[in-house]
Design a protein around this ligand. Structure first.
Ligand SMILES: NC(=O)c1ccc[n+]([C@@H]2O[C@H](COP(=O)([O-])OP(=O)(O)OC[C@H]3O[C@@H](n4cnc5c(N)ncnc54)[C@H](O)[C@@H]3O)[C@@H](O)[C@H]2O)c1
Ligand SMILES: [Zn+2]
Length: 397
């Protein structure tokens, strides 16, 4: 088991990563925050596997435990659901000395976290993430919230948990598609942090395809010079290999991602200095693709995978990323199961959505790009022409 301490002020907290972490939940919760009354919030998919075991072990340790189980899915992240949960906490007479335990993926973590942050101005919060995406991303860093009208996470707060229990064993019951969803974020951390994470990811995902390969076997990452037109689209269906990145469900890999995110979060807890923007690598174009596909054609992970391809391409053109390193990044993104080509969406709409990105300032969208693998730069000004060109390249590969 690996413990990463997130050095938030005034109160740091621990993220415990490993197999069987949930079995030790009672003692760890007691040590972290002293709560003895808990409400576990979960969804039906997760509860079926893990709720009884967790409830029983907390109960045996003398804690008062109850639960709420919601249907799965993003459409649960609403103010209406939050209000229902407030009702449950009210009826169960929960106080600020009591804890909400969010047992599930990012949806449960965000929703239950938001409820914990706001009910009585803050109950104790324990995150128990059970999806790869939630373990490496959503459960760490203190962003909680719900969707509002068309805006994802439009209503929310920064509210750090007292403890994060990331039981790697729970990832065994995820679908391959959900593992791929989280895998794109894992690869993002690899590209941001460089060695030793990159080599570890290569060994796990695509053994024998790492930095040691000669450049001619480097795949298709090279960005054309400014004057070259995008290559024509190959005809026929795009081969989708859809690997199952099960090898990423590894204690050390997840802990490395958590360490990276924790360092960024500590440097910029409330997204004020800009440091936290680093975590947006691949997301500027990724978010636009996700939205252009109506949040159904491409999952978040697939969209981020395509966004990472685009970021590697733009990094060669604008921030001097070496072609062989870009190709290395490309191979990892591909091995994590990202689609290799953008299709089925209106390319103009994607470009338009990029300029309307949440993080846009004045007339430009600041991009996170790479000078080298492990050397991100933020706030890079990317012209509309380059945005259109890289989107055309994504659709024509
Ligand atoms: N707060 C943040 O910083 C942050 C960061 C990234 C994403 N998010 C949010 O996280 C959400 C996405 O997270 P997600 O991908 O975990 O989605 P999710 O919570 O919907 O989980 C994905 C699916 O996997 C199922 N599942 C989860 N764990 C399982 C397990 N161990 N076994 C079997 N099934 C399991 C869920 O029931 C669901 O069907 C989005 O709402 C997003 O906005 C938040
Ligand atoms: Zn993401």
């Amino acid at each position: 088991m690996i413990t990463v301490t997130v050095q938030t002020r005034p109160r740091p907290y621990q993220v415990v990563v490993g197999h069987g972490v949930l079995d030790e939940a009672a003692e760890r919760i007691r040590a972290a925050c002293g709560a003895a009354r808990l409400v576990i919030v979960s969804d039906q998919n997760v509860a079926g596997h893990y709720l009884d075991g967790l409830s029983a072990s907390l109960h045996e340790a003398g804690m008062t435990v109850s639960h709420v189980v919601l249907p799965p899915g993003e459409d649960q992240k609403t103010l209406a659901r939050a209000e229902e949960l407030y009702g449950v906490l009210y009826e169960r007479k929960m106080t600020r000395a009591d804890a909400v335990v969010a047992l599930g993926g990012g949806v449960i973590g965000d929703l239950a976290g938001f409820v914990a942050a706001t009910y009585l101005r803050g109950l104790l919060l324990v995150q128990a993430p059970t999806s790869l995406l939630a373990q490496v991303d959503a459960a760490v860093g203190g962003k909680v919230g719900v969707d509002f009208r068309a805006g994802k996470n439009h209503v929310g707060a920064f509210y750090q948990p007292r403890l994060v229990l990331a039981d790697v064993g729970t990832l065994a019951t995820l679908t391959a598609a959900e593992r791929r969803n989280g895998a794109a974020e894992v690869v993002k951390y690899g590209l941001l942090s460089g060695e030793p994470t990159l080599a570890r990811l290569e060994a796990a995902l695509a053994p024998g395809t790492g930095a040691d390969l000669p450049p001619e076997s480097a795949g298709s990452a090279s960005a054309p010079p400014k004057s070259a037109p995008p290559r024509p689209a190959p005809s026929g269906p795009v081969p989708r290999l859809e690997p199952d990145p099960v090898a990423l469900c590894d204690e050390e890999i997840i802990a490395e991602c958590v360490r990276y995110k924790a360092a960024v979060v500590v440097a910029d807890e409330r997204e004020e200095s800009g440091e936290r923007h680093l975590l947006n690598l691949g997301h500027t174009i990724g978010h636009a693709i996700e939205a252009a596909g109506g949040f159904s054609l491409y999952s978040h992970g697939e969209s981020v995978g395509l966004g990472l391809h685009a970021a590697l391409w733009l990094s060669q053109r604008l921030t001097g990323l070496d072609a062989a390193q870009a190709a290395r990044g490309e191979r990892l993104v591909q091995a994590a199961g990202a689609p290799s080509r953008l299709e089925g969406v209106d390319l103009q709409a994607v470009a338009g959505l990029v300029s309307r990105d949440k993080k846009a300032v004045a007339d430009h969208v600041p991009f996170v790009l790479l000078e080298d693998l492990g050397r991100p730069v933020r706030g890079v000004h990317v012209s509309t022409a380059d945005i259109e060109e890289v989107i055309a390249w994504l659709a024509a590969r």
